[in-house]
Design a protein around this ligand. Structure first.
Ligand SMILES: CC(C)(COP(=O)(O)OP(=O)(O)OC[C@H]1O[C@@H](n2cnc3c(N)ncnc32)[C@H](O)[C@@H]1OP(=O)(O)O)[C@@H](O)C(=O)NCCC(=O)NCCS
Length: 191
């Protein structure tokens, strides 16, 4: 099987292949990438059979990991999910490249069949943050733990609270600055 450059970037964000044995969320990311490849296959018997296999596997991984990443969602390379459980991404949501999600995050609509969030590149979402509706979260933005985001967040800004308010506007910061345990770097190293 040929390599998937998006999954290679995911693996790099997780620190390599060993993460497959110790990070459940990576199983959900792998299945998401496999589902995207499946949708690119030409119609035919192989695609039909693989689709039949995909759906029970999707429900199994969703149940075991608590991470729901439907293949209809658009997710850029280098996704990093810290910890696991309670993560739901609507199938019409968009997540840019090198984004970070933490446990309990929802990207969903506000009303049935309503629009879903759009996340730029290098966005970091704190634990249990809920991002609802057709909001745009700009490149390099940070969303605080437990925030409920109902309005757009500008590039490089941080938003916290319920409903979320913007607390700072900053330049784009690469996710590489995240510490080994998924936290944010201490203030003295952020200069
Ligand atoms: C949003 C966040 C990135 C902001 O970090 P920061 O830019 O260093 O902001 P500060 O800590 O200086 O806080 C700025 C203000 O926002 C408030 N604030 C920060 N995070 C908040 C949050 N999650 N919810 C509500 N208010 C928050 C602070 O109390 C402070 O308010 P004040 O100005 O009235 O005193 C960070 O607080 C956060 O929530 N990160 C997510 C971490 C996470 O999910 N950890 C779980 C690891 S498993």
């Amino acid at each position: 099987m040929s390599r998937d450059p998006d999954f290679d970037a995911d693996l790099a964000a997780y620190g390599g292949w060993r993460a497959l044995a110790r990070e459940q969320s990576l199983w959900a990311v792998w299945l998401y990438r496999a589902g995207r490849r499946l949708d690119r296959r030409p119609p035919g018997a192989a695609r039909r059979w693989l689709s039949r296999l995909y759906w029970p596997l999707f429900r199994l991984v969703e149940t075991v990991t608590g991470v729901s990443l439907p293949k209809g969602a658009e997710i850029g390379p280098g996704l990093r999910i810290w910890h696991f459980g309670g993560i739901f991404i609507n199938e019409s949501a968009r997540i840019g490249a090198r984004c970070v999600l933490r446990q309990g995050v929802t990207l969903g609509n506000r009303h049935p069949d309503g629009p879903s969030p759009w996340l730029g590149d290098d966005v970091e979402i704190g634990a249990y943050a809920q991002i609802l509706g057709g909001v745009r979260v700009g490149h390099g933005a940070r969303i605080g733990a437990m925030a409920v985001v109902l309005q757009d967040v500008p590039d490089g800004a941080s938003a916290v609270g319920n409903p979320a308010r913007v607390i700072a506007a900053r330049g784009v910061r690469p996710s590489a600055a995240i510490t080994a345990d998924g936290g944010l770097p201490p203030p003295e190293s952020a200069a």
